[in-house]
Design a protein around this ligand. Structure first.
Ligand code: ADP
Ligand code: MG
Length: 270
């Protein structure tokens, strides 16, 4: 191998290290509707990257494709340099990528602390059932998980809610619990789908502070948010999605004043 080839390899490795998520030429159709249309973008490690776009632009669909909830019709997804295209959500999670949902799940009959323990590393479903059907298996990890849950609730200043029924707290508090719960899995990259939708201004500020704190501690964020002030304040860069494709990407100031973005929003659902 020649010297120049060595250098080339080195460069490739360095740039791969900085990219925690790579979406390449991703495509998804629902019948005749093209929800994701050759979308390509990268998320750099350590950033809070915003993902915006008018209603129906395909933001949530991209999250579902990245996190393994939908299989793409084409293209690829890489997490930490590993191809996870078509992988199951728990496998994507094992590579360090976790997502939250636009609408937090219903957690009837559980306290906030119990809700924290539902499937820390995977998504609702299997582990939740296991909690009741195979208590022994869960038991091994129980005390560590409980201690972790308690520590994270404290870090989020939610410990006063730990023994409250999860259904009794406000929608805004639920969003904070959802973020706290996702952190139990110690993700490298966390995908948040509209974390402040329907959240009051005080809790909105809390959420922004928590996202900033976690980002400073090393978590990378990809953030879908309809609230422009919130996303422009937190995110850099911001990626704009329109009709399933990336319209542009740049620092918040540039994105906000770009005529193409303004036009996309005027022409879109909102
Ligand atoms: P956004 O999150 O940007 O508002 P979505 O990703 O939710 O957009 O939706 C993009 C498009 O795909 C919309 O036209 C929506 O109606 C459609 N869509 C999303 N999910 C499905 C689905 N499971 N089945 C059929 N159509 C869907
Ligand atoms: Mg959406």
């Amino acid at each position: 191998m020649s010297e120049s080839e060595f250098e080339f390899d080195d460069d490739t490795e360095t740039s791969a290290d900085n990219v925690v998520l790579r979406v390449d030429d991703l495509q998804k159709r629902f019948g005749g509707l093209v929800a994701t249309d050759h979308a390509t973008f990268e998320v750099e490690r350590g950033t809070i990257t915003g993902l915006i776009g008018p209603n129906g632009a395909g933001k949530s669909t991209i999250f579902n494709l990245i996190s393994g909830f939908y299989d793409p019709d084409g293209g690829s997804v890489e997490v930490n340099g590993v191809d996870v295209t078509g992988a199951e959500p728990y496998q994507v999670a094992d590579h360090g990528l976790i997502r939250t949902f636009q609408t937090p799940r219903k957690l009837e009959g559980m306290t906030v602390r119990e809700a924290m323990l539902v499937g820390p590393r995977n998504q609702p479903g299997e582990s939740f059932i296991k909690l009741f059907t195979s208590p022994g298996e869960v038991g091994e990890h129980e005390s560590k998980s409980l201690a972790d849950a308690q520590r994270i609730l404290e870090e989020f200043e939610l410990d006063h809610l730990a023994t409250q029924p999860a259904t009794d707290i406000s929608g805004g508090q639920m969003k904070l619990v959802e973020l706290a719960r996702a952190m139990l899995a110690e993700p490298e990259v966390l995908l948040l789908d509209e974390p402040v939708a329907g959240v009051n201004p005080t809790l909105r500020k809390d959420l922004a502070e928590q996202i900033r704190r976690l980002n400073e501690q090393g978590t990378t964020f990809l953030l879908i948010e309809h609230d422009m002030e919130f996303v422009m304040d937190l995110a850099d860069p911001v990626i704009v999605l329109d009709q399933g494709s990336v319209l542009m990407e740049g620092p918040p100031q540039r994105v906000q004043s770009d005529p193409r973005v303004i036009e996309a929003y005027l022409g879109g659902g909102t």
